[in-house]
Design a protein around this ligand. Structure first.
Ligand code: HEM
Length: 379
């Protein structure tokens, strides 16, 4: 990608030119094909699984089937971006992001050239890119706009070891795709489109190991993950609220060496699941769901049936720092706080984990045709 000069606006923010919007498309094509600029006119690869659309009443990347790579980036509003001028600046950023993503993923607006459009269709189909945008608890205050109900900082939890370098953010962007080069390319294109309005605060990549279609991926400990996620009907009740939701991010370091020492049977007791199949313990003649197991402590009946949709990834930050990039969507972050407090206090799994990063964001309703992301928040 080439860098482009940004033109300043009266409130001190900058407006990347239209060609910058188009470079999201170019960056994604290049990333997915592994091509250099010279070879970008190569015909598109055969279409893969259908791409996810960007526009719609709800943002993609929540109930969307999980892709294999994630890149979460948190941004802060630049210090000058405050009040009514800040609203204007952020509206411009959301406008640019909407246009770029709608062009890239939905083929919207006149494309720069038919060749590039074809490439993009191939890219979107191949990599199933989704971009999911949420705002952090500080943002409404800084811009003097009404805060969405329920958006506030998570409370501190007793065993938290949070590193500010992986926590917080006025805006959280979750990018998922089946190719990490595509999430990286999209992140750098969108960051550049944010001009001087948003400053990257932290970022974390995540991945799930290759998993046969229709099977649950395995988590950091080798157990099937997400098998107890809510059904689409349960998501309507517990995840969505007026086409919005909340995202809770926790960067959870896992002490895998200690966990491995337990041996399979004991590990299964700690998690409350059969390791190979993901089946619940407690269904065999000799089994009882261990009272201090993770799934017992996280069990929805303890929360009057309330559910969260977990869409987590593994992260790998070198031999000393590996774990779970826990991503959960939930209509009320208070549920996360309840479950986290309970699991931290009672489940044996928490002996092997350390929460090192944390963020919460209100995931905006989707951008309807003709509308920009965040239009209702920043009206
Ligand atoms: C490294 C950390 C963690 C690991 C390895 C882990 C692993 C698992 C596994 C293997 C399951 C059973 C299969 C499934 O995913 O449905 C599960 C279930 C679950 N976990 Fe975790 N988990 C972790 C952290 C958390 C945290 C921090 C929370 C929330 C505070 C949480 C909430 C849940 C819930 C709500 C369920 C479903 C329980 C049910 O519906 O029966 N997990 N987890």
């Amino acid at each position: 990608m080439t860098a482009h000069a940004a033109s300043p606006t009266p409130d001190g923010t900058s407006t990347p030119a239209r060609r910058d919007v188009l470079t999201l498309a170019a960056a994604l094509s290049a990333a997915a094909s592994g091509c250099t600029a010279e070879s970008r006119s190569r015909p598109p690869a055969a279409a893969g699984p259908p791409a996810f659309r960007f526009r719609g009443p709800r943002q993609a990347g929540v109930t969307t089937p999980q892709q294999s790579a994630a890149l979460v980036t948190a941004y802060d509003l630049a210090p000058a971006v405050r009040g009514a001028g800040g609203v204007r600046a952020l509206r411009e950023v959301f406008g640019r992001w909407t246009r770029a993503l709608a062009e890239t993923l939905d083929g919207e607006l006149p494309p720069p050239s038919p060749v590039r459009t074809k490439e993009l269709e191939g890219v979107a189909g191949k990599s199933r890119l989704t971009a999911t945008v949420g705002i952090g608890p500080r943002l409404p205050q800084l811009l003097c706009v009404a805060a969405p109900r329920g958006l506030r900082e998570l409370p501190p939890f007793p065993d938290d070891r949070l590193d500010p370098a992986y926590s917080g953010g006025d805006l959280v962007l979750q990018l998922c795709a089946d190719d990490p080069r595509v999430t990286r390319a999209a992140a750098s294109a969108l960051t550049r489109l944010a001009g001087d309005t948003l400053r990257p605060r932290w970022r974390q990549t995540g991945f799930v190991p290759p998993t046969p279609a229709g099977q649950a991926p395995s988590d950091r400990l080798g157990f099937k993950y997400g098998t107890e996620n809510p059904t689409p009907e349960e998501c309507e009740r517990w995840v969505w609220s007026n086409d919005a939701t909340f995202l809770v991010v926790r960067r959870i370091h896992v002490d895998m060496t200690e966990f491995a020492r337990l041996g399979t049977r004991r590990q299964e007791e700690v998690v409350g699941r059969v390791r190979a199949s993901g089946a619940p313990l407690g269904h065999g003649h000799d089994d009882v769901i261990p009272p201090r197991s993770h799934v017992r402590a996280a069990s929805p009946p303890l929360d009057a049936g309330a559910r969260m949709l977990r869409r987590s990834y593994r992260y790998d930050a070198g031999p000393d720092d590996r774990g779970l990039l826990f991503l959960a969507f939930i209509r009320d972050p208070a549920l996360f706080a309840r479950v986290q407090r309970r699991t931290a206090a009672t489940d044996e799994l928490s002996r092997f984990t350390e929460h090192r990063g944390s963020a919460v964001a209100y995931v905006l309703p989707g951008a309807l045709p003709g509308e920009d992301l965040g239009a209702r928040l920043l009206a």
